[in-house]
Ligand binder design. Sequence first.
Ligand SMILES: [Zn+2]
Length: 488
Amino acid sequence: MKRIVLGVILALIATAVVLFGVLAFNTITFTSMQVAPAPRALPEINLERAVTSLQEALRQETISYEEPHLWDFEPFARLHEILEQRFPLVHERLEKETVSDYSLLYTWRGAAPEEKALILLAHQDVVAAPDAAIWEHPPFSGAVADGFIWGRGTLDDKGSMIGILEAVETLLENGFVPERTVYLCFGHDEEVGGWNGAAKTAETLRDRGVTAKMSLDEGMAVIDGALLGLDVPIAFISLTEKGYLSLELTARGNPGHASTPPRETTLGILSRAVTRLEENPMPASLPEPVRLMFRYLGPEMPFPANVVFANLWLTKPLVMRQLASARATDAAIRTTTAVTIMEGGIKDNVLPAEARAVVNFRPKPGKTIEQVIGRVRETINDDRIEVRPLRRPVESPPMARTDGPAFAALQETIRQVFSEAIVAPAMMLGGSDTHHYAEVAEDRYGFLPLDFSVEDLERIHGPNERISVEAFGRMIAFYMMFIEHVAG
Ligand SMILES: [Zn+2]
């Protein structure tokens, strides 16, 4: 008996030693993914001129709406005039076209047109500012105060559009000639899906046989705020975004008087379907962009977090449980289910003939719209419920690569401009114009070269949207260096 106990104890000790060894080995070989490019001085820019251009752009109320009759295209036309005045060389040397009347497509012909192109994306439209009364400076004033430029669109996404144009204007002044062709695509309806702007622009490029090495669009940014226990800013590069699907669920029955009801009413049948969907969330798994994020951030983390991420083979259940415990991180690991509309019935003593609900899903990378619909039908398991997609579903686009020269160029330029920042791949939970370019650009990245604090995220689509003048300057420098790096 004693010998058996001793044997078990020895086996346990041996296992612990081996386990410790494996954990330690994995942690030691979990090397940094950060690059250290040759330091470069930031190029000279005319920041004052750029700020004035941005102010003028911000004063145009280029708001996009879901309802076609609400649109006012005058501000878009005025914005185009302003761009022409503010960026004379861009308009002299690049070919400018409009797509669907208000989206802008600039072609900057490269000296080596056989090289695959570079596409820079931004959008002209903004969301409305119904909360104007609580803004410190009116949302369409373009005010400059306390070192910031204030206004709707500073972060999303006129700052980027003006930043790109200022970068190109300055490069032209410097006599820069790109090798590969550079396209600047500025959509006018990104906030409502980009179906007339980005979708049509991408179609135009595809029909011309354009293939781009990469596209760069808004998406993630350089975020400071002690995220994940790291006291340095993190430059998140979005490699893909989630899909979009709204399903309408309808239950139909015979209308009748409430005095002689059937056992099950349309509302009861519909409620059960909705409850089943909420009680059976889509399964969780670690999407590749999130796994890559841990691969890039893990080695930079202090003990014991680095051990956890170096040993996902062991710690994954723990990490997944942690991710599932908060809404924002739970959305990163599964196709989300959100019941957004439920209606039926108009009178207290009449049985409604029809009841409907709308459920919004955001398919995670790798899950197709068809698979999600199939799973919804299976979960509801009730033929009396009609399931129908609403609006235009969007598939989660293929993931951009991290092992090619495109990502390397992005990573190097980020480290040259934001030298403190750690670079990490990521995935956007919302949507942008980027997915429309899936057939045109080989790799599509979502990265706004802008550093701000985690608290500033609430200003996007919220009150007091603003950009620091200094950060705006770094953004222009980034675009210049990036174009030189990729297209030079
Ligand atoms: Zn945007």
